[in-house]
Design a protein around this ligand. Structure first.
Ligand code: HAM
Length: 428
């Protein structure tokens, strides 16, 4: 018989941690813990959760993220059904903007702060920290052009890392200017690189015409050397964008957020203007980007809005966050416990345990019992494995006398408790 495995670049999240394709996958309780922290910090910023579909129109992503980006040109899981093109969302910013426009959220007045936690899909070559199905949490602040919105977005991400004890990261920021700045810079960059073409790697040579800004991301040492004299974007941006950038930096400084300016930080998505930023982990190696984001005032009109809707946001990878926590020894969890494990011997005991467990659960207790007709010893082993606080033991004598033996596992004490007093005694 054929057996099945999860697709490379995807993984199961199990109650207990495990390894998948050489990577550690954290236990589900740790995912839940991080999600709780994300929700708490987001609420502190006045953000509300938004849940958009996993399936979106392909054209939304193509127009939003940009035709020439890696994401759209080679990493989309897109397919056709009837006359409709669908894509598994590779990111959530364009979907959130779609939703904002579709539901006229601007009519609610004020600024919309929307956060999300959920899966994204990119057909990349799977490797450590890079998956085909991964999870992002993120915040989109829609309707504000104020530089404080940019600083607040960055602060929100920083607060989440801090709340989880992660301090080993660097925050890099840059400004991309307005819609005219990048084309001007692109020309200057091509003019600078053209005479050096022979010294560039094959990949970079290919990018020289199609997407020269991507060359700035190169990890190739020789190319980095060449780039040290390259023109920098900040010299090509408009005055308003420059003032905005100065304000963002001042606001970050005012709240004690350390950053480095990186004139080559352009990011791999086309919708950005003005602020761009990235959080980079020191412990992750090649896939070091923990989170990224920026201002995307150009996205709304790209996806059908008549008016420009100013917006800024960030998204962070859950897997890379969990890997960083693991590397930093921050992934220890309180062991999960059952309140009660019920141990019984024989059919009559099992018939008593079933409805009793149901009543105890209705009181709010977490309750387990044997479903396999195993021996008393095996049932006690399971009670230990599930780390039960109390074990209720029932055999023939107990049934006849209507008295259960209740063992307190922490104190190693055992007391007889009449059936009629059991609920009262075990009540949380
Ligand atoms: P991004 O930089 O493409 O930005 O992704 C954000 C984060 O998602 C990355 O820093 C990384 O942690 C994680 N990530 C991306 N691809 C993968 C992958 N294949 N495997 C594991 N983790 C991955 C965006 O998606 C923008 N929407 C961010 C944004 C929000 N800009 C404005 N608002």
């Amino acid at each position: 018989m054929k057996s099945f495995k999860s697709i490379p670049g995807t993984f199961d999240i199990l109650p207990e941690g495990h390894t998948s394709g050489g990577d550690l996958i954290a236990p589900v309780a740790l995912w839940q813990h991080v999600e709780q922290v994300v929700r708490r910090v987001m609420a502190g910023y006045g953000a509300q959760e938004i849940r958009t579909p996993i399936l979106e129109p392909t054209e939304l992503v193509a127009r939003g993220v940009g035709q020439l980006t890696d994401i759209v040109s080679k990493e989309m899981f897109a397919f056709e059904r009837g006359s409709t093109n669908y894509v598994l969302r590779p990111e959530v910013t364009a979907p959130v903007m779609r939703s904002y426009l579709q539901h006229h959220l601007e009519q609610k007045g004020g600024v919309q702060k929307l956060y999300y936690i959920g899966p994204c899909f990119r057909a990349e070559r799977p490797q450590k920290g890079r998956y085909r199905q991964f999870h992002q949490f993120g915040l989109e602040v829609i309707g504000a052009s104020d530089a404080r919105a940019d600083a607040e977005t960055i602060a929100c991400a920083a607060d989440i890392y801090q709340a989880l004890g992660i301090n080993d990261y660097r925050l890099r920021i840059n400004s991309l200017g307005d819609e005219n700045s990048r084309p001007r810079y692109k020309e200057a960059l091509i003019a600078f690189l053209k005479p050096l073409e022979d010294e560039l790697s094959e990949v970079s040579r290919g990018r020289l015409e199609s997407n020269p800004l991507r060359i700035l991301d190169t990890k190739n040492e020789k190319e980095r050397q060449l780039l040290s004299d390259a023109p920098i974007l900040i010299d090509f941006i408009d005055d308003e964008s420059r003032a905005h950038y100065e304000a963002v930096k001042a606001h970050l400084t005012a709240i004690g957020i350390a950053f480095e300016e990186d004139p080559f930080l352009v990011r791999g998505l086309d919708y950005y203007s003005r602020t761009s930023f990235e959080f980079e982990s020191d412990v992750l190696g090649a896939q070091g980007a923990l989170a990224g984001g920026g201002r995307y005032d150009l996205l709304s009109t790209e996806v059908g809005s008549k008016k420009v809707v100013p917006a800024v946001g960030f998204a962070a990878g859950m897997e890379r966050l969990l890997m960083t926590m693991h590397e930093a020894g921050l992934a220890a969890l309180e062991e999960s416990r059952l309140d009660v494990f019920m141990v019984g011997l024989g059919d009559a005991a099992a018939d008593w345990i079933f409805p009793t467990a149901h009543r105890l659960r209705a009181l709010g207790l977490t309750v387990g019992y044997d479903l396999k007709g195993r021996s008393m010893k095996a049932q006690m082993r399971e009670a230990n494995r599930r780390n039960a606080r109390r074990v209720v033991v029932v055999g023939d004598d107990e049934l006849e006398n209507e008295i259960a033996q209740v063992k307190d596992m922490d104190q190693s004490e055992q007391h007889p408790v009449p059936f009629g007093e059991l609920e009262q005694m075990l009540q949380p």
